[in-house]
Design a protein around this ligand. Structure first.
Ligand SMILES: [Zn+2]
Length: 65
């Protein structure tokens, strides 16, 4: 499962319409507004996401990348 780095919502696999790629990682958003906020300042949100990442705790989640 992916998490919207802007608002923290979990994005369902069936609802992955909005996404951006930043530094080789893909980020998913709940709506075009969150995507635009990310695209305007990706370094802020991408860094935050890395610090709070659950991927090291649940490595199986990387299967969805
Ligand atoms: Zn959102």
């Amino acid at each position: 499962m992916e998490r919207d780095p802007i608002c923290g919502q979990v994005i369902k696999l069936s609802n992955m319409k909005e996404s951006s790629v930043y530094r080789g990682s893909r980020y998913y958003f709940c709506c075009p507004i969150c995507k635009k906020l990310f695209d305007d300042n990706p370094e802020i949100y991408a860094d935050k996401e890395e610090k709070e990442s659950t991927k090291t705790i649940f490595p199986q989640l990387t299967l969805f990348n």
